[in-house]
Design a protein around this ligand. Structure first.
Ligand SMILES: Nc1ncnc2c1ncn2[C@@H]1O[C@H](COP(=O)(O)OP(=O)(O)O)[C@@H](O)[C@H]1O
Ligand SMILES: [Mg+2]
Length: 369
């Protein structure tokens, strides 16, 4: 007997909707994968909604429905590619698309859109969505939510491990050897989102494949120092980040405050160094000082970034999560299939030590088929 769930994920990179079909009958097995690139016009409309602007409610309402359709298409895509029927699936866990994440201050909030009603209607499958807001209501950051899942599959009895997810934003999960229950983690800052934006501005390319363009430039130290002075980096955990903290307008301000503007490739080299340094500094500040560093997310394919992380973290042995049973591109979507299953079983999905919530909570809301 199989126990099938679908996970749907679209992160801050706005690159694609990732869909996985996961079988939990005997551990965790990927039974199908499907990725649906976001068209540039849609990507543009999402990024507009990520900052304050005019007519936001109307735009959000429309985009919520449109993304609901897109998420449904991705769920049906993974079913078709794995030759399964909707009635075989227990539930879809849909992260949604974050358009605002403000975890600090009074009335902290986070907002993910992609109407779950539309997904349930189109697919005829139960949908679990809105995972983050219960954690925020309980005083947490609402993020990161993947560490509980990481602890379940990547912990090791005698080796310390850190899982590093390099999406638009980077987050780490700490897994002390032999103590999967002592899991912790937080966002370290930008992974790809600034590099992607700069690559698009200067070269019209959605990302710098393998970090080749960055590798052709030189790090600009004055710029790097300005970027590393962002207050997020010195903020203590629990903490989480997004496009609100790191975006092209912020980068432009830092560039404008420099005496001379570096060349485009030097800026890209400096942005890659910012990602590597902020991740490495976060890891070097931990009580764990050696072990395995497991990379996932699209940034795991950036060999220039990988190389720089290896140099900055000589005590850590770098590996792809693929070497530990789950390919880097599917880890997050699989986590949302797992989180949906937690909700269906009325089990908590958050880890209070990670998010800062007052306690463990059953996350999300179920939209019946
Ligand atoms: N071959 C590659 N070289 C460099 N970067 C890559 C490569 N493949 C993917 N990426 C990066 O990974 C990003 C997508 O990663 P992903 O884990 O999907 O992030 P998110 O969860 O934010 O959507 C892309 O936007 C790109 O920056
Ligand atoms: Mg993505």
């Amino acid at each position: 007997m199989s126990e099938l769930y679908i996970g749907l994920m679209s992160g801050t990179s706005l690159d694609a909707i990732d869909a996985v079909l996961v079988d939990f009958a005997d551990g965790i097995r990927l039974a199908g994968t499907f990725s649906m690139p976001l068209q540039s016009a849609l990507r543009q409309r999402i990024s507009v909604l990520c900052c304050s602007g005019t007519d936001e409610i109307e735009q959000m309402g429309r985009l919520d429905r449109e993304l609901g359709e897109a998420f449904a298409e991705a769920a049906l895509g993974v079913l078709a590619s794995s030759e399964r029927q909707p009635h075989e699936v227990k539930a879809i866990g849909s992260h949604g698309q974050t358009i605002r994440h403000r975890p600090q201050g009074a009335h902290a909030f986070t907002l993910q859109i992609g109407d779950p009603n539309t997904i349930a209607e189109r697919c005829g499958i139960n949908v679990v969505a809105d995972f983050r807001r219960r954690d925020i209501a309980a005083g947490g950051q609402g993020a990161p939510l993947v560490p509980a899942f990481h602890a379940g599959i990547f912990s090791h009895a005698s080796r310390h491990r850190i899982v590093l997810n390099l999406g638009g934003i980077a987050n780490i999960t700490l897994l002390p050897a032999g103590h999967p229950e002592a899991v912790s983690g937080f966002d370290t800052g930008p992974a790809n989102l600034l590099m992607d934006a700069w690559s698009m501005t200067c070269r019209g390319r959605a990302y710098d494949a393998d970090g080749e363009w960055a590798a052709s430039g030189d790090i600009n130290k004055p710029l790097l120092e300005k970027l590393l002075a962002h207050p997020f980096f010195s903020q203590p955990a629990p903490k989480s980040s997004g496009r609100e903290d790191f975006n092209p307008a912020w980068l432009e301000q830092q560039l404008a405050s420099l005496g001379a503007r570096p060349s485009p490739e030097d800026i890209q080299a400096t942005l890659l160094e910012l990602t590597a340094r902020s991740v490495a500094d976060a890891i070097l500040g931990l009580s764990l000082d050696h072990g395995d560093l497991l990379l996932c997310g699209g940034g795991a394919h950036n060999s220039a970034l990988w190389h720089r992380l290896a140099e900055l973290l000589p005590q850590w042995s770098l590996a792809s999560t693929a070497d530990h049973g789950l390919a880097p591109d599917w880890v997050e979507a699989t986590a949302f299939a797992w989180l949906a299953r937690q909700t269906v079983k009325q089990l908590p999905g958050n880890i209070p030590a990670v998010t800062g919530a007052r306690g463990p909570r059953v996350l999300g809301c179920i939209y019946p088929a």
